[in-house]
Design a protein. Structure first.
Length: 86
């Protein structure tokens, strides 16, 4: 169970360079980690309600490694849930 404002770090690794797809994957991963269901409930966040909480995903860094054998692209993200101002 996560708390509101608690940041999680994760990496998206891809074999092709595509920032948009890495961001989409990061959004899906953050929603899965925070337990967002099809109704928008945040099941893994203590005290969060769907009507006043938002999942935030932030891009942090990028690295590409490669050579003759091919390339791997690493995208580092942070995610957290924050309460919306009313």
């Amino acid at each position: 169970m996560y708390k509101i404002g608690e940041k999680i770090n994760f990496d998206i690794n891809r074999q092709e360079s595509n920032f948009d797809r890495a961001c989409e994957s990061a959004n899906h991963m953050a929603c899965a980690r925070f337990g967002v269901d099809e109704c928008g409930h945040l099941n893994n966040i203590e005290g969060a309600e769907r009507c006043n909480s938002s999942v935030v995903v932030e891009f942090v860094s990028y690295r590409a490694y490669g050579g003759m054998g091919g390339w791997t692209y690493y995208y580092h993200f942070q995610a957290w849930v924050e309460k919306n101002e009313e």
